[in-house]
Unconditional design. Structure first.
Length: 171
């Protein structure tokens, strides 16, 4: 049912996004700064809980994909990497500044996969959730690798206090 799918997507992604933007703008960013000490750990714990719960739901179907598991993980990796690479190359082709290239890399590469997982389980069979779970598990390591290899770092960046006081790396 396409209408239910679109309504679910609106309620899970669009409405919370608009609510967050409105709260941020009305408070001029104060809410995010004041609650940062809670938001960081709580969001990580809740994300882990969502993944664990949804993985448990799909766990019984995992044996059906044993023969295809390596291919599925490989395809998830290729799909994940392609987003970051697409952002990088499109930004380069557009001749954007290094700061904008870096923004493009992560704007195109990062996805709201958790919403995809909830939708996969709600509107499709359990098997559709398995690649989505792998995407969630691989997204942060891929983001770290892209940061290491694709992000343009400033050559004349300010060194940390440790690097300035100890340029040879000796302790």
């Amino acid at each position: 049912d396409i209408q239910q799918l679109m309504l679910g997507l609106m309620l899970m992604v669009v409405v919370p996004t608009f609510a967050g933007i409105i709260v941020h703008d009305l408070s001029r960013g104060q809410v995010g700064r004041k609650w940062r000490f809670i938001n960081g750990p709580v969001t990580k714990i809740l994300l882990a809980a969502v993944v664990a719960i949804n993985l448990a739901v799909a766990w019984n179907s995992l044996h059906l994909l044993k023969a295809s598991l390596v291919i599925i993980v490989a395809l998830v990796l290729v799909l994940g990497c392609s987003g970051y690479l697409l952002g990088y190359f499109v930004a380069k082709l557009a001749k954007l500044s290094p700061t904008h290239i870096n923004t493009f890399i992560f704007s195109v590469g990062m996805r709201n996969i958790t919403a995809g997982l909830v939708m996969a389980l709600q509107y499709f069979t359990e098997l559709t959730a398995i690649p989505v779970v792998f995407s969630i598990l691989l997204q942060q390591p891929l983001a770290a690798l892209c940061h290491r290899f694709l992000v343009i770092k400033k050559k004349d960046s300010v060194l940390s206090d440790v690097e300035q006081s100890n340029p040879n790396g000796m302790t």
